[in-house]
Design a protein around this ligand. Structure first.
Ligand SMILES: *[C@@H]1O[C@H](CO)[C@@H](O)[C@H](O)[C@H]1NC(C)=O
Ligand SMILES: *[C@@H]1O[C@H](CO)[C@@H](O)[C@H](O)[C@H]1NC(C)=O
Ligand SMILES: *[C@@H]1O[C@H](CO)[C@@H](O)[C@H](O)[C@H]1NC(C)=O
Ligand SMILES: *[C@@H]1O[C@H](CO)[C@@H](O)[C@H](O)[C@H]1NC(C)=O
Ligand SMILES: *[C@@H]1O[C@H](CO)[C@@H](O)[C@H](O)[C@H]1NC(C)=O
Ligand SMILES: *[C@@H]1O[C@H](CO)[C@@H](O)[C@H](O)[C@H]1NC(C)=O
Length: 497
């Protein structure tokens, strides 16, 4: 099977949405006590060179919100997921998130509001609370129905359901279609069957509904053939969406549905997830999802630009087996988290041992308690906390020199996994021309070095805050090969090869 690769470059440097290529692999070398000949599927992705991305950005007249707004969108997104994964959703309301965004907009110094690729903050930036807004997503292509057709699925560790648009799908904010996406149903697939009675579909009491910060998706239960990684599973049961909010129907949404990889307990459709079904059918060796996230900044090194989602076992070709650790899952709510053995900044151990970290490929930032974030940055030479945030009563966003060299390491299972400084220094705060103070604050004067928003963010919005839990998003996870094993209820982590 020929790998199929296609990357979508969003306007902002890190907003890459990439398609995985899908093909099956045999594997002969064992990892931590796997079966002799583990079966797994691998789904590859690539990231385009960041230099080209920057060039395109600068040559175009595309205007994006200021880096702080994009940062707040990521933070709101991360905390929404955190709240869901820790059963605290009730204490993080939409109002809290909207207020946090409005406060953030208020703290951006006026002179930053015209930097050439950034535009004035607008009230519409609140729409960026959208769970998908500006976020990095990884997309796998699977074939559904007969004849098989390609559906691009957003791989989501924050849910355990599979859904695509069903024939007759309507946008639940007024539109009468679900955008330019393929739909599945009896007129396009001869192997398709409804499980729910579609003629009695009632959107106020649907067979399944998934709620997101800004909207929801609901629909009926169906079954059809699904081919993933070249492996076909017949009459798999999943969801066909009949009502979708505009987060999913917009023309620029480059996926046609979701593939949830969290534990089966959190399935809202109350169906065995695809991972369970593949395992139950002995098509894979274990209910394992393993991730190697691509890093666009590694454009010069094709080996590390390449990402992969592995389903069923660890792919030994991707990691250094001597560095493999296995730790118990500390999240009791259907997601995955690890006990953190400590944090090391620039070689200095912070002496923390009672932190936990949720492992979430659907989150970009590393989010931590405010105190931890302050201490970490006070150990990064040149890091600056935005004074305007403090003035506005905000927790304080940190900026770091874009060329920072300090290594931040997180200990898991007795091993320290370091973050590449390029992942911590995320987005430039301005265009680095010295045309204004670029410290991420507004103290006046010009900093000799270009400053970037830090990818390690305080987990505070309004009254909602983190105590000892961290959220480990792709800023950290890009640096490791990591896997979740639902059966053993463990997380595995290793250094990338
Ligand atoms: C970009 O904007 C400038 C100034 O507004 C304009 O002169 C130029 O034609 C625009 N370029 C494109 C490609 O739209
Ligand atoms: C989640 O929190 C709610 C209260 O908001 C509680 O009733 C419920 O039992 C909790 N669920 C679990 C699994 O602990
Ligand atoms: C579906 O619901 C309609 C309307 O209530 C009913 O007439 C029909 O028999 C139902 N079909 C099935 C398969 O239950
Ligand atoms: C597992 O497969 C068996 C048949 O091999 C089937 O009876 C059972 O329902 C399946 N369970 C799940 C959870 O898919
Ligand atoms: C865990 O860490 C927090 C924050 O540093 C601290 O206040 C608390 O005392 C620690 N708890 C234990 C049991 O060590
Ligand atoms: C951005 O950079 C360009 C040249 O690279 C400079 O002319 C412009 O003034 C800069 N804008 C700001 C707001 O710093």
């Amino acid at each position: 099977m020929t790998p199929y690769r296609l990357c979508f470059l969003d306007f902002f440097i890190l907003s890459l949405l990439c398609s995985f290529s899908v093909h099956a692999h045999p594997l002969t070398t064992p990892s931590l006590a796997p079966p002799a000949d583990p079966k797994f599927l691998s789904l590859a992705l690539t990231a385009p060179p960041v230099n080209n991305a920057l060039k395109e950005l600068q040559q175009s007249n595309i205007t994006q919100p200021h880096a702080y707004i994009i940062h707040q969108q990521h933070l709101n997104h991360a905390l929404s997921r955190f709240a869901k994964m820790t059963n605290r959703s009730k204490s993080l309301t939409r109002e809290i998130l909207v207020n946090a965004m409005n406060n953030r907009i208020g703290t951006i110094p006026k002179r930053f509001r015209g930097v050439h690729w950034m535009r004035e903050p607008q009230s519409g930036d609140n729409v960026g609370l959208s769970i998908w807004g500006q976020d990095l997503g990884y997309i796998a292509t699977a074939q559904l129905g007969t004849p098989p057709r390609d559906f691009r699925l957003l791989v989501d560790s924050g849910s355990a359901d599979l859904w695509v648009g069903g024939e007759g799908c309507e946008s639940n904010d007024g539109g009468d279609s679900c955008g330019p996406h393929p739909l599945l149903g009896p007129s396009s697939s001869s192997s398709f069957a409804y499980i729910s009675n579609v003629s009695t579909f009632d959107e106020t009491n649907p067979p399944w509904i998934l709620n997101y910060v800004t909207g929801s998706v609901s629909g009926v239960l169906v079954q059809d053939d699904v081919t993933i990684g070249g492996v076909k599973i017949q009459s798999h049961a999943f969801g066909a969406a009949l009502r979708e909010s505009n987060d999913f129907t917009r023309d620029d949404i480059p996926f046609d549905g979701l593939l949830g990889l969290a534990k089966k307990d959190v399935s809202q459709q109350r169906l065995p997830p695809l991972l369970s079904s593949l395992y139950n059918a002995s098509l894979i060796s274990a209910p394992i999802a393993a991730y190697k996230l691509p890093r666009s900044k590694d454009h010069h090194n094709p080996a590390t630009v390449q990402g992969e989602l592995t389903i069923g076992a660890l792919n030994r070709a991707l990691y250094d087996p001597r560095t493999l650790v296995q730790v118990e899952n500390v999240n009791p709510f259907g997601y995955f988290g690890v006990q953190m053995g400590g944090v090391v900044v620039g070689g200095k151990d912070m002496g923390w041992s009672n932190r936990t970290g949720l492992v979430d490929s659907g989150t970009v930032l590393v989010v931590a308690p405010q105190m931890d974030v302050d201490i970490i940055h006070s150990n990064i030479p040149g890091a600056v906390k935005s004074p305007s945030d403090a003035a506005a009563g905000e927790p304080g966003t940190w900026s770091v020199p874009c060329d920072m060299k300090t290594r931040v390491g997180i200990k898991v299972g007795g091993r320290t996994f370091e973050l590449d400084p390029r992942d911590v220094a995320m987005w430039p705060v301005d265009n680095g021309s010295g045309g204004g103070n670029s410290d991420g604050g507004d103290a006046g004067g010009t900093h000799p070095r270009r400053m970037c928003v830090s990818g390690i963010s305080p987990g505070t919005v309004g009254p909602f805050h983190l105590d000892t839990d961290w959220m480990l998003g792709s800023v950290f996870l890009k640096n490791v090969y990591f896997a979740t094993d639902e059966e053993k209820d463990v997380v595995l982590m290793a250094r990338l090869k």
